[in-house]
Design a protein around this ligand. Structure first.
Ligand SMILES: [Zn+2]
Length: 491
């Protein structure tokens, strides 16, 4: 049976990181405050209150439109979308409908088949966020719900993609790239809870399309799509059909569930918002100059710092990380660049993810010092990782971090390599010896070949050893010790 083709399109809602709301002066900085404290007659939808458009939010939306290669329309318009729900105080949402701000762009991602792939953008429109319901009890069987209008009126952009993604992985890459782009534009903060929400359309080619609503985390998108694909494929394999329907993603259980209310085609009775004029922004948008975006920064990292493509992708895939990298190497560009890309893109990210920490927690100057110790061959890679882990654990627990020198003393981390006059007895306890044993264990075939008398195998092992000791050890000594170790094993 031919592999069924998966078709995914996304609708992404992002909160624009403005200081005040879309149509009133209330602060958007509501997350740590008591419910219903960031409200006024406008965002509470009281009768007679008039919306006044926040200019900054339109500028932010236009930056996004330009960065996503969209055309900003000469005239766009706000509309009222009418429906009843307790989090929507006015019983209509001010959004854009048939005249959105921008249309027809694209975002490039690394496709599943390798190389860059364009995901087309259908449209971008601006709208207000509704309030928020807090269910007391479980989401499905809440005893009662509370409503908080602090979020009501926060500016959102909705970015609608064409169904160009072919796997959950591509959807994740699209979202990551989109997040990075928005952060580079300084219009969005991904670390704010609930700042991004996604609806996903997903189908197997030739079958009906299912909409999965309200996925509220980056990881959730890939998981929800994986679940949906498995569900849809298994229906089709059993000869059943996929219903066209709306489903909700239940994050805690990792499943999607059919919306309980029979989803009818809504009649939202859209009509132009009479209290706001149409937008004419052409000359304004022409004057917007974009900052360096992720793709350009990636290419610069490759050219300027000789990063590998993969490292450059990782490092520039998040604004905070890219900034951190540049801060770290600024201390000593020549010396630190060769170490910094691997140490940040692989080691540090791995350790941060493991602890669910952001790179913001790490001090760039302190990290430079650690790399300097490595560069000067004062500590081994292994000790460096151990020391990093100790301080990250401190940070995670909110404890003060320790000085690298103190850590070296306290834990007896090996001060190494080049200072040691190598004698076999002493070498037993020293890191060069550790490195030799590691190389031997990692390359059994080369060791075999050496024992069969192949000279090339010895050179290969020496090469590996030089890499591991980062050129800190004397090559002649390495030669002698490796020979000694190899012939000892043989005996
Ligand atoms: Zn307000």
């Amino acid at each position: 049976m031919a592999e069924e083709q998966v078709i995914v399109g996304l609708e992404v809602h992002c909160q624009l990181d403005t200081k005040s709301k879309l149509f009133c002066g209330c602060s958007t900085d509501y997350r740590n405050d008591a419910p219903n404290t960031h409200v006024c007659p406008v965002c509470l939808g009281l009768p007679g209150a008039m919306p006044v458009l926040n200019k900054r939010s339109i500028e932010y939306a236009m930056r996004v439109a330009k960065a996503l290669n969209c055309s900003v329309l000469p005239e766009s318009e706000f509309s009222r979308k009418n429906y009843f729900y307790p989090d929507l105080d006015k019983a209509y949402q001010i959004t854009q409908y048939d005249k959105p701000l921008a249309e027809g762009g694209y975002l490039e991602i690394e496709g599943d088949e390798g190389g860059e792939k364009r995901i087309r953008i259908t449209r971008i429109h601006v709208e207000e966020d509704p309030g928020r319901l807090v269910h007391m009890g479980t989401a499905e069987r809440g005893k009662y719900s509370l409503v908080d209008y602090n979020r009501s009126g926060i500016p959102l952009i909705e970015i609608v993609s064409e169904p160009d993604m072919r796997s959950p992985k591509e959807a994740r890459k699209f979202l990551n790239k989109l997040r990075a782009t928005l952060e580079y534009l300084s219009v969005f903060d991904s670390e704010k809870e609930g700042s991004l929400r996604v609806d996903a359309n997903i189908s197997i080619k030739g079958s009906e399309r299912v909409e999965v609503k309200n996925i509220s985390s980056y990881k959730g998108v890939e998981k929800a799509l994986l679940f949906e694909i498995t569900r849809q494929k298994s229906l089709l394999r059993r000869g059943q059909k996929v219903d066209r329907e709306t489903r909700h993603y239940l994050e805690a259980r990792g499943v999607t569930q059919s919306s309980r209310s029979k989803e009818q085609e809504h009649d939202y009775r859209y009509f132009p918002e009479p209290d706001l004029r149409p937008l004419h922004v052409q000359s304004w948008v022409d004057g917007i100059v974009l900052p360096e975006l992720p793709d350009a920064r990636r290419e610069r990292f490759i050219a300027q710092y000789a990063c590998s493509l993969n490292h450059a992708r990782t490092l520039t895939g998040e604004l905070r990380l890219a900034n951190f990298f540049e801060k770290v190497v600024a201390a000593d560009p020549k010396g630190l660049i060769p170490l910094a890309d691997t140490w940040i893109a692989d080691t540090l990210i791995g350790e941060l993810n493991y602890r669910n920490m952001s790179v913001d927690a790490v001090d760039a100057a302190g990290f430079s010092e650690l790399l300097t110790l490595l560069k000067q061959c004062i500590i081994t890679d292994k000790s460096g990782i151990e020391m990093l882990r100790i301080n990250l654990d401190h940070l995670m627990k909110g404890e003060p971090i320790e000085k690298w020198d103190d850590l070296i003393e306290k834990h007896g981390f090996k001060k190494i390599i080049h200072t040691i006059t190598l004698s076999s007895e002493y070498a037993i306890k020293n890191p060069v010896h550790d490195a030799i044993i590691e190389v031997i264990n990692e390359h059994p075939t080369a060791v075999e070949d050496f024992r069969k008398g192949k000279k090339g195998a010895f050179n290969f092992l020496i090469g590996q050893l030089m890499k591991k000791t980062r050129g800190c050890a004397d090559p002649a000594e390495l030669n002698r010790l490796l020979t000694e170790e190899l012939t000892k094993k043989e005996a």
